[in-house]
Write a protein that binds this ligand. Structure first.
Ligand SMILES: CC(C)(COP(=O)(O)OP(=O)(O)OC[C@H]1O[C@@H](n2cnc3c(N)ncnc32)[C@H](O)[C@@H]1OP(=O)(O)O)[C@@H](O)C(=O)NCCC(=O)NCCS
Length: 260
């Protein structure tokens, strides 16, 4: 990666352990510019019959298009949870929050109340588990996946790993192999979500280096040369059998993990 000053350097080098200390949220949540808030939501336990009432018609139409009842219920639960979490920060009712989406589908808050600084958020879910990340004035992305290696893992990995990463992955065995697959998957997807590009930017252009503890760090962001800001990538184990990653602009953030 060539920086604006002409030097060659990794854009992202940081891989700090995430505070794995999940607590129920306090009644009033506030966030400072150096904070990263991570919310873990167990959708099955937060689900209520009235959650649909805080969604918009468009959200309910999206839910109705899902084929399976379980998927519809999860969709409603995670969108309601996102609105309820954001309403704590914005101090407005959950059903009044409006979203913009960029050309690749990344949502942001439309016309936030004047007293609120730019609140960045991103969300991911897998099965009954949802993660929401919140920060101020910085781009942020999150992904969570169930650790369940596909039988054709090398073929799938070929879609998102660079040649060098693939070669290294193919030589791994057992749990290390599964951990590596999902550390790379979630790490790259978190970066793509932070950038807001989704898969319009090939994950093969993002190179991650994984350390002995299985913790990924970004070593190269080809194709995004305009971006010389430093990022951090955090690995998170929100629940047994699941792996998540958070990509965020900046370092040494104060991380708080809330669970509901
Ligand atoms: C957004 C995307 C990157 C992730 O989708 P996903 O893994 O299916 O779903 P997640 O639960 O992690 O995230 C969905 C949420 O991300 C957000 N999102 C959508 N598009 C986004 C984008 N371009 N950037 C950031 N966030 C986005 C939305 O909040 C969305 O929630 P919603 O469905 O309620 O609107 C999607 O573009 C995609 O296509 N994923 C395929 C993943 C893949 O093949 N990865 C290969 C390894 S890198």
């Amino acid at each position: 990666m060539i920086g604006q000053d002409g030097t060659t350097r990794p854009v992202v080098t940081c891989c700090e352990p995430l505070v794995d200390n999940w607590r129920p949220p306090p009644p009033a949540v506030s966030i400072d510019s150096g904070d990263l808030h991570l919310w873990r939501i167990r959708l099955a336990t937060t689900l209520t019959d009235r959650q649909g009432e805080i969604l918009t018609e468009a959200e309910l139409r999206r839910a109705a298009k899902l084929r399976f009842v379980a998927d519809r219920r999860r969709f409603i639960a995670r969108r309601a949870a996102l609105r309820q979490v954001l309403s704590r920060y914005l101090q407005v009712p959950a059903d009044t929050i409006a979203f913009d989406v960029n050309a690749h589908g990344k949502p942001s808050i439309k016309a936030p109340p004047a007293h609120v600084e730019t609140l960045s958020f991103n969300a991911s879910s897998c099965d009954d588990l949802a993660l929401i990340v919140i920060a101020l004035n910085r781009r942020i992305g999150v992904d969570v996946e169930r650790i369940n290696l596909p039988p054709d893992d090398v073929e799938v990995a070929r879609q998102f790993l660079s040649e060098k990463e693939l070669e290294e992955f193919a030589g791994l065995q057992g749990t290390t192999r599964a951990q590596r697959f999902f550390a790379m998957w979630t790490g790259k997807e978190a970066v793509l979500k932070a950038l807001g590009t989704g898969l319009s930017l090939s994950p093969r252009l993002i190179e991650l280096a994984v350390d002995d503890d299985g913790c990924p760090a970004i070593s190269s962001l080809e194709g995004t040369l305009h971006n010389t800001k430093r990022w951090s990538l955090h690995s998170v184990s929100p629940e047994t059998g699941y792996l998540g990653a958070i990509a965020i602009e900046g370092h040494r953030l104060n991380i708080h993990g809330w669970t509901i």
